[in-house]
Design a protein around this ligand. Structure first.
Ligand code: NFE
Ligand code: MG
Length: 488
């Protein structure tokens, strides 16, 4: 059977290759290879817990706030410190604002070029102002990936392309604005250095809160008038993608954004259609097909070492399993466990002529991500209102205190939910484990031979174009993978 390889996969973070076997125009077998090793969990060994927050934050430049916040939440338990109300709110606000920018960037800059042939704008002779502006922009900037002639079932109608492209440009401005908001609250962006176990070290003022509120309003307007309508428009143009990229239909979500009382997302696990309560002890990382020496163990006992030439292995990504099951994490899983989110999601599916059955799909993931962005911005607006500009933002800890203990935090990231675990012995880190969204979604087979969620979603995908694996790329990007995170 002929093998086809998509490598390197562009418009994602890091080094990923997808190898498929195709029979009668459909993928019958797949291997997802994470092609690099990072080892940041090892770098923090022997260091102080507070240093871990800054170091593990560097796991990724895309989700630049999420690892610092997850680490701070775990380290807080080691010190037994509780942030003041402002600190708890600020951590959620920073996380939510970051997630929204990440989602907007994912849709316009990473996913949309899978469907839209922007190069048609360069040759179109339309006379209206928007066309001319966009054509001139392309002529000056010449973004290579956008101008590559696209062969395949791309949108080529210049009217539709130009409206998507106008939002493509606006999305970049929105992400930059969101970054300003993050910097106002967290001292800088990317990589806030104000995140500590006891809260946020930068102080508040009424004008800072007002500045972030006005940025959030702008983002919200963009989501309501561009992002959400554009996702729906794309979904209408590509109905087949409500049946493609289905996967195991298993979900994992840790819950989150509870600083206003009712959590925005609830914790939960969905296995074979049945919802179960979450128990973190059931999270086990397998390495049978990963380049590591060691055995499948729960995250708090994990003891693996890299082994680059391991026979049978094909990926640097480990294979986390929940109670033995491959599970998908991400905005779709989170929205499934959010009362308000799920009702908006189902209403949106209905508006497009679909039902719950089509939720597990490429377009289901894109819709869920856009609706999650709307929910998160509404959350930020409410949370900003609850901040007390005169109140403290942090409870300080003594970094030299010889603390000992073990703790894990269940936190959130744009691509799914995130666990950080650490053990500390007299002020020094003895063990550090992160179990990361893309590790779940892009895992290879486990010791029972079960494929990872994205692998499962790719099997059955049609391959209609000799020149590339367009359809496979669309399934891959619907998960918004980040390889730096996955191999941390
Ligand atoms: Ni590098 Fe990250 C984490 C993943 S999600 S992007 O955690 O996977 O924002
Ligand atoms: Mg890990």
């Amino acid at each position: 059977m002929p093998k086809k390889i998509l490598s390197p996969v562009s418009r994602i973070e890091g080094h990923l290759s997808v190898e498929v076997k195709v029979k009668e125009g459909q993928v019958t077998e797949v291997r997802i290879r994470g092609e690099m090793y990072r080892g940041i969990e090892n770098i923090v060994l022997g260091r102080r817990p507070l240093d871990a927050i800054r170091i593990v934050q560097r796991i990724c430049g895309v989700c630049h706030e999420v690892h610092g916040i997850a680490a701070a939440r775990a380290v807080a338990q080691i010190y037994g410190v509780h942030p003041p109300p402002n600190g708890i709110l600020l951590m959620d606000i920073i996380l939510a604002l970051h997630l929204t920018c990440d989602h907007i960037l994912h849709f316009y800059q990473l996913a949309l070029p899978d469907y839209v042939d922007f190069s048609v704008l360069t040759s179109y002779r339309g006379s209206d102002l928007l066309f001319r502006q966009l054509r001139d922009w392309l002529a000056v900037k010449r973004p290579f990936l956008l101008l590559k002639k696209a062969l395949g079932d791309y949108i080529k109608d210049p009217k539709i392309v130009s409206s998507f492209f106008a939002h493509y440009i606006e999305a970049l401005e929105m992400v930059a604005k969101g970054g300003q908001g993050l910097a106002v609250l967290g001292s800088k962006a990317p990589f806030s250095h104000a995140v500590f176990p006891g809260g946020i070290s930068s102080d508040l003022s009424a004008d800072r809160i007002a500045k972030v509120e006005s940025i959030t309003q702008e983002l919200y307007r963009f989501v309501k008038t561009a992002y959400l309508p554009d996702v729906k428009r794309l979904a209408r143009l590509y109905p087949a993608y409500f049946r493609l990229g289905v996967g195991w239909k298993n979900f994992l979500a840790y819950g989150g954004f509870a600083s206003l009382g009712e959590p925005l997302f609830e914790a939960g696990v969905l296995i074979s259609g049945h919802r179960q309560p979450l128990s973190a002890e059931k999270i086990v990382e397998h390495v049978a097909y990963s380049y590591y020496e060691g055995e499948a163990k729960p995250f708090f006992e994990e003891d693996t070492r890299p082994r680059p030439k391991k026979p049978r292995a094909y990926s640097w990504i480990k294979a986390p399993r929940y109670d033995g099951h491959p599970v998908e994490t991400g905005p779709l899983a989170r929205i499934w466990f959010s009362k308000e989110g799920k009702s908006r999601f189902l209403a949106c599916l209905k508006e497009l002529g679909y039902s719950e059955k089509e939720a597990f799909s490429v377009m289901g993931r894109h819709l869920a991500r856009a609706l999650e962005t709307e929910l998160l911005l509404e959350f930020v607006l409410k949370a900003l209102d609850k901040l007390d500009p005169a109140g403290p933002t942090i409870t300080n800890v003594n970094p030299e205190e010889p603390v000992s203990g073990q703790a894990y935090a269940l936190s959130n990231a744009a691509r799914g939910d995130l666990l950080h675990y650490l053990e500390v012995d007299r002020g020094r880190i003895r063990r550090y484990q992160a179990v990361v969204p893309t590790t779940w979604n892009f895992s290879p087979r486990d010791e029972n031979g079960l494929m990872g969620p994205a692998e499962k979603a790719i099997v059955g995908t049609p391959v209609a174009y000799k020149e590339g694996l367009i359809e496979v790329g669309r399934v891959v990007r619907s998960f918004d993978p980040c390889m730096a995170c996955s191999v941390h």
